[in-house]
Write a protein that binds this ligand. Structure first.
Ligand code: HEM
Length: 235
């Protein structure tokens, strides 16, 4: 949280020259996010090492094949619980709204940087919301299919046929979530100022006005802004 004061009505900085900043994420949300992010990267690397002999060299990062095989499912458990935390923080802000359909229908304008032709959106746009729900679904599929093939603890509970199906489902879900993750990271880098939201917890007023105007309006509209400090609350 910045706590940097600015006038909530006009959005003007109280101290002339200070840029307007808007809180977007609490330290708790950021720590939660980065634990999730690190887990997914480690999970993908260890999973790919087990996926194909050509990628087995990746197991060297974890200290060898045996250790990779042993820790991969545990990293999955960390990812599951960590994402669970993110899910409960953000699910409400990711509910589909009327303007999201319009935003999506104008994807061409999004990709060609014609944001003036897009509807005003709340904290997240339709693309971010789709990534959020896809990640949620895929993580559930990954943990459930992963448990079926976690022979060290659950060998006796499922049949060989079930394990075969689970292995296929697990692999397809893993490849899909890696693609979704690439889209997520690409978008975060492509929209300048977004990485700062998850690193420092705040964005500039210009960023919020340009990309999430409805969200900014809601914040300065006073519903949830702190009128003493003028700082809108982060989530
Ligand atoms: C390691 C690379 C990653 C980077 C650089 C990254 C970057 C970011 C950034 C900058 C934001 C803020 C977007 C905004 O406020 O508009 C964000 C939000 C978010 N990220 Fe990531 N992220 C990464 C990995 C992940 C992973 C692996 C997951 C989940 C499996 C994840 C889930 C989320 C969620 C749920 C949000 C909140 C947005 C929403 O609810 O729609 N991120 N990320």
């Amino acid at each position: 949280m910045t706590g940097k004061p600015y006038d909530v009505e006009s959005g003007d900085s109280v101290h002339p020259g200070d840029p307007v900043v808007v809180d977007r994420y609490t330290p708790g949300a950021r720590i939660n996010h980065w634990i999730t992010a690190i887990s997914l990267v480690l999970l993908a690397l260890s999973g790919l090492a087990l996926f194909h002999p050509k990628l087995f060299f990746l197991s060297g990062l974890f200290g060898g094949g045996q250790i990779t095989r042993a820790i991969h499912p545990w990293i999955g458990v960390v990812l599951f619980f960590s994402f669970f935390g993110l899910f409960f923080r953000f699910w409400k802000a990711n509910l589909w709204k009327r303007e999201d359909g319009t935003w999506l229908a104008r994807l061409y304008d999004v990709l060609t940087n014609h944001e003036d032709r897009l509807p005003e959106v709340g904290k997240y746009n339709a693309g971010q919301k789709m990534v959020f729900w896809l990640m949620s679904l895929l993580i559930i599929v990954l943990i459930l299919s992963g448990l079926v093939i976690w022979d060290q603890y659950f060998f006796a509970y499922t049949s060989i046929e079930q394990k075969r199906v689970a292995m296929l489902v697990h692999s397809v879900a893993a490849v899909t979530i890696i693609c979704v993750w690439i889209v997520h990271v690409y978008a975060a880098i492509w929209v300048r100022g977004t990485i700062g939201a998850m690193v420092k917890g705040r964005v500039t007023g210009g960023w919020a006005w340009r990309h999430h105007r409805k969200w900014l309006r809601e914040l300065v509209g006073g519903k949830r802004a702190d009128h003493k400090t003028g700082a809108p609350p982060a989530e």
